[in-house]
Design a protein. Structure first.
Length: 323
């Protein structure tokens, strides 16, 4: 298991602020920290180290962070910090720009330049995901990156929505990942961020072709997951939704050793298998669960399920829900 969890409630309330400052310095960069809740700073940080990329989920009350020239001289990894707000709100100032951000937006800072950031300007608590990576890792021109510092970037639709759901899901399932997963997680995260930022700056053409390909593939798989219940979902409808040809779609999936139709079927079967094992859905008929995830023919569903999992849907349900 890769994830590292740090909690302040393991010590007395009076000691929690000092513990948080120590953890924040060790996991990120040295900064000046302030909080209106420093008398009882109840917070949790989950850190997923992925080589030179790090994904950290923070659940915390009010927090002000100030990066000064002095703290930069103490230590500067020449990194970018991309803050994606899952709930709550915040604000940031860097490079002469001052902005507020909210859920459905991300904002980026450069550790080599002074900045001020605030989490929870108006709310009591928040959850935020911070991705840290070397500037050199992001495949965008330096001028583009600099123009986007302290600028809210929407992540509530399109490729931004895919990035938002990716980061939220990675944070939620962080304990499931192993060291073997780290390179792929880092690569997909970097490509999605580059695509979103590049699109925001109208510079997607500046991305390397491989980064564009991987980002599009991730966006397409996210689209498939969001539409599994639609019986009309098919390679043709997926390709049309993304403005590409079916042939191009097959080429994207072939590069990952997959076929789009097989991937759609696999994801539908996985959702059905999960629901059949859920005791809360025991009162629902097998064919209802199959139809919920796009299987319109109960006989075909049963045959495919048995071929893949070695048992019928009913047997799978009994195996997981019988007392």
């Amino acid at each position: 298991m890769l994830v590292q969890e740090f909690r302040t409630d393991v010590v007395e309330p009076v000691e929690r602020w000092d513990l948080w400052q120590d953890v924040a310095t060790r996991t990120h960069v040295p900064n000046l920290l302030r909080s209106a809740r420093s008398d009882d700073f109840d917070a949790v940080m989950r850190v997923l180290p992925l080589g030179d990329v790090q994904i950290a989920e923070l659940r915390l009350p009010h927090l002000d962070t100030v990066r000064t020239p002095r703290t930069i001289r103490r230590f500067d990894p020449e990194a970018l910090q991309i803050n994606c707000q899952l709930d709550g709100d915040g604000g940031m100032a860097q490079e002469g720009r001052q902005t507020a951000f909210r859920v459905g937006q991300l904002v980026m800072a450069d550790t080599s330049l002074p900045y001020e950031a605030r989490i929870n300007r108006t709310s009591e608590r928040s959850t935020t995901v911070i991705v840290s990576m070397p500037r050199a890792r992001l495949p965008l021109p330096p001028g583009v990156v600099r123009r986007l510092l302290a600028t809210p970037v929407p992540v509530d639709h399109g490729m931004g929505g895919a990035l938002y759901r990716w980061l939220a899901d990675v944070a939620r399932r962080a304990e499931e990942f192993t060291e073997a997963d780290a390179p792929a997680l880092a690569s997909v995260t970097t490509d999605l961020i580059a695509s979103v930022l590049g699109g925001c700056a109208d510079s997607e053409d500046a991305l390397p072709p491989e980064s564009r390909r991987r980002a599009l593939h991730t966006r397409i798989r996210d689209f498939i997951d969001q539409n599994l219940g639609d019986p009309s979902l098919s390679p043709a409808t997926v390709a049309a939704a993304h403005g590409i040809s079916v042939r191009h779609l097959h080429q994207l999936f072939a590069a990952e050793g997959e076929a789009p139709a097989a991937w759609i079927r696999h994801r539908r079967l996985e959702r059905c298998r999960r629901d059949l094992a859920d005791p809360r859905l025991r009162g629902r008929a097998v064919h209802w669960i199959a139809a919920r995830w796009g299987f319109t023919d109960p006989a075909t569903f049963s045959r495919v399920f048995r071929r893949v999992y070695g048992m019928t849907p009913t047997d799978h349900r009994h195996q997981h829900t019988d007392p």
